[in-house]
Design a protein around this ligand. Structure first.
Ligand SMILES: Cc1cc2nc3c(=O)[nH]c(=O)nc-3n(C[C@H](O)[C@H](O)[C@H](O)COP(=O)(O)OP(=O)(O)OC[C@H]3O[C@@H](n4cnc5c(N)ncnc54)[C@H](O)[C@@H]3O)c2cc1C
Length: 487
């Protein structure tokens, strides 16, 4: 009963989740388009990167009404086998979500869509010859190109960080952390001396706070656990809404997570041999030299586990998608116009974390990338169709490109276990278990396909509903007593 209710909700919410500008343009065109146009050759569309931006662009493109005789070939290139729903990595790490829910294979997602999938690492783009260079594979030819290769954490700038820190940004990072936590469970079980276990997290943005609270929840049964966030900014969660920041900071305090603000990591070093204890076999144990931004005083923190969430960069620079010709900003993001078209290149579009659409960039969020995807898809479609000489003048009006505009629908954070906080458009503010349930439902709606949305909903719902039901009969303990506020 509960599951079928959720499934119906997912289908309903998915059906209204497309941006209105896109829907209007798309429907207008469907009404007037002619299917009698004859085409001579197949147009090749390549989408690089199968994350929130790229995958949704490819899926939207495959559903647009290209005339049957000249359906383009759509190829999605990603170096991984699986799409990763990054906001649920925390749950995967602590065993609160399954691999297939968080990271379905591209093969399963693209089944029946007609989109070709190429698992390969993009090494370079030759924009003059319209070729994509792939590592250890034949180059790909394109007529239209969409770049959505995202961002990654860069540890090169801090001495020792690459050797000792574990970034938390990819599925591989998450699975490695999961492995270390399982190993840690075994060490804890046999620990006799009950020494301090120090987890240090660098970065006090959304990811750092979410990870800290999930580590607290996951390892909380160990009495001598210290979780510390080191944050360069002056305030934890400085870009969050007031409601989410206040809830997040309160939860950190309630759970005894220590926060060091205005403090930077200067260097990461090996731990001396006298620091040997029950946790000595853990990989990556280290000491961290931190510096206070204003006083310049330095201090040392010992870490049994050093997790890194700060400082992501566009993969264009870091992973070497080389093409000196494509215009980029200082952070390596491809510079586009408001139609997501790369400056000076009519047939190249970019979106998501690897793109910069305007002077003050949009936040590097899944929400932005997902809203950009239908816009990028439509604009590729528009360009292909408008360049076709068989399109009649009267049809062109409905095929015009659309500029991207972002609608901020709000933000959500996991606070560990069955706790979360949601703040949306200044109207809805929710925290506690209700927010945790709602967050998983909203994420199920945002899954790239309906089938994946249902898998996610079913996988997460039963457990959460049980939690809600059991918690309603108990006092809420350390968690917020305020469940929902409508402003
Ligand atoms: C742990 C974590 C939690 C997050 N939580 C939230 C949240 O709660 N809400 C929110 O809105 N945002 C969240 N974000 C941010 C959000 O996930 C990103 O902004 C979003 O994924 C950007 O989408 P994208 O398509 O630009 O890039 P991505 O989703 O990162 O996709 C890029 C794709 O390109 C592929 N790729 C990269 N380089 C190459 C190459 N050389 N060759 C081939 N393929 C390549 C990658 O494998 C990847 O599949 C979170 C991020 C992380 C890491």
């Amino acid at each position: 009963m509960k599951i079928s209710y959720i499934s119906t909700t997912i289908i309903f919410l998915r059906s209204i989740s497309v941006t209105s500008a896109f829907t209007t343009t798309f429907q207008d065109y469907r009404r007037t388009s002619s299917s009698s146009v004859l085409y001579e050759s197949t147009h090749e569309i390549c989408v690089l990167g199968g994350g929130f931006g790229g995958l949704n662009t490819a899926l939207t493109l495959s559903s647009l009404p290209f005339p049957e005789e000249k359906k383009p070939t759509i190829t999605l290139v990603d170096n991984k086998e699986r799409f990763v729903f990054l906001p649920l990595l925390y749950e995967l790490c602590v065993g609160d979500a399954s691999l297939d829910e968080v990271a379905p294979t591209f093969e399963s997602l693209l089944d029946g869509t007609g989109i070709k999938f190429e698992q390969a690492s993009v090494a370079g783009i030759d924009a003059d010859q319209q070729n994509i260079y792939l590592e250890n594979k034949e180059k790909l030819k394109y007529d239209s190109l969409v770049v959505a290769t995202g961002a990654s954490v860069n540890l090169e700038f801090i001495k020792g960080a690459e050797k000792y820190a574990l970034p938390f940004y990819t599925l591989d990072d998450c699975l490695e952390l999961k492995k270390r936590l399982t190993f840690l469970d075994a060490l804890i079980a046999t620990s006799t001396s009950k020494e301090e276990l120090n987890v240090v997290i660098v970065g006090g943005g959304y990811s750092g706070v979410e990870l800290a609270l999930n580590m607290k929840e996951r390892l909380g049964s160990y009495e001598n656990l210290n979780v510390t966030i080191v944050h360069r900014g002056n305030e934890i969660l400085e870009y969050a809404t007031d409601f989410n920041r206040n809830t997040g900071v309160r939860r950190l305090e309630d759970n005894g997570v220590k926060t060091l603000t205005g403090v930077s990591v200067v260097e990461v070093l090996e731990l001396e041999s006298e620091s040997q204890n029950d946790f000595s076999e853990l990989k990556g144990r280290c000491k961290i030299v931190v510096e206070n931004g204003s006083s310049k005083e330095q201090d040392i923190l010992n870490a049994d586990l050093l997790l890194w969430t700060a400082g992501s960069m566009s993969t264009n620079v870091q992973k070497g998608i080389l093409n000196s010709k494509l215009p980029r900003d200082a952070s390596g993001r491809l510079v586009t116009d408001s139609y997501l078209k790369v400056k000076d290149y009519d047939n190249i579009f970019a979106l998501g974390d690897c793109a910069r659409v305007k002077k003050v960039p949009f936040g590097a969020t899944a929400a932005v990338a997902m809203q950009q995807a239908p816009c990028a898809a439509w604009n590729v479609y528009s360009q292909v169709m408008l360049n076709d000489e068989d399109i009649k003048e009267g049809e062109k009006e409905n095929l015009q490109p659309i500029p991207f505009s972002y609608l901020n629908l709000g933000e959500m954070m996991t606070l560990g276990g069955d706790d979360a906080t949601i703040s949306s458009m200044g109207v809805v503010e929710v925290n506690g278990i209700a927010a945790s349930v709602l967050r998983r439902i909203i994420y199920a709606v945002r899954m790239p396909t309906l089938q994946q949305g249902l898998t996610a909903a079913i996988s997460s719902s039963s457990k959460r509903f049980e939690s809600v039901l059991s918690s309603s009969s108990k006092k809420s303990g350390g968690k917020s007593k305020k469940i929902i506020t409508w402003k």
